[in-house]
Design a protein around this ligand. Structure first.
Ligand SMILES: Cc1cc2nc3c(=O)[nH]c(=O)nc-3n(C[C@H](O)[C@H](O)[C@H](O)COP(=O)(O)O)c2cc1C
Length: 168
């Protein structure tokens, strides 16, 4: 059975939920999926594919995930890898998908890891999950509040990318 490692970076737990949904969908399709945080100790040996994703701060993935990709770049270049980004823009202004896609351009350029696809997903703006400076940033840009995660969209992408990763 094909094995996939799903690695996520999160500040509030939002992206963990998305990563778990990807894992659930891939498991249902017959893959063995492990879901871990980028800060967890994990042995990358023996996986047939990787899915790596992060929440966003100021147009960039969280440092822990960028570091994980850089540290494991040689492995990720040798095995099919997909990325996904969870952010507010995809919930409030989905027409800005090209801008969200570009959030990972520098990481791709710096590491040479070329994802087979990049999933773009709506995240959340839950003020109770943010600290005061973060709340002020989102208030200043008048960001709508709510949990905009669309698990059906996540499952649909997961199904599609399972094939692209050669898992089934
Ligand atoms: C200070 C701050 C900056 C943010 N910057 C962006 C941004 O540049 N683009 C965007 O789409 N979302 C942005 N967001 C929204 C987060 O990406 C969103 O809340 C996401 O769900 C976070 O996922 P996580 O908690 O799993 O890291 C920002 C949120 C905060 C608090």
């Amino acid at each position: 059975m094909s094995k996939v490692l799903i690695v996520y970076g999160t500040k509030t737990g939002c992206t963990k939920g998305v990563a778990e949904e990807i894992g659930k969908t891939m498991t249902a399709l017959g893959a063995t999926a492990d879901v871990v945080a980028a800060v967890d100790e994990v042995d990358v040996a023996g996986y047939d594919a990787f899915v790596v994703g992060s929440g966003v701060r100021a147009g960039s993935w969280h440092g822990s995930v960028k570091k994980w990709v850089a540290e494991n770049a040689e492995t990720l270049k040798s095995v099919p890898t997909a990325f996904f980004t969870t952010c507010l823009t995809m919930g409030t202004e989905p027409e800005k998908a090209p801008e969200v896609r570009s959030y990972t351009d520098k990481l791709i350029e710096d590491t040479g890891v070329r994802p087979v696809d990049i999933g773009l997903f709506a995240g959340m703006n839950d003020p109770s999950a943010f600290n005061l400076p973060e709340r002020l940033v989102l208030k200043a840009i008048k960001a709508p509040q709510g949990d905009f995660r669309d698990y059906e969209a996540v499952a649909a992408w997961s199904q599609e990318v399972t094939g692209k990763l050669g898992l089934v």
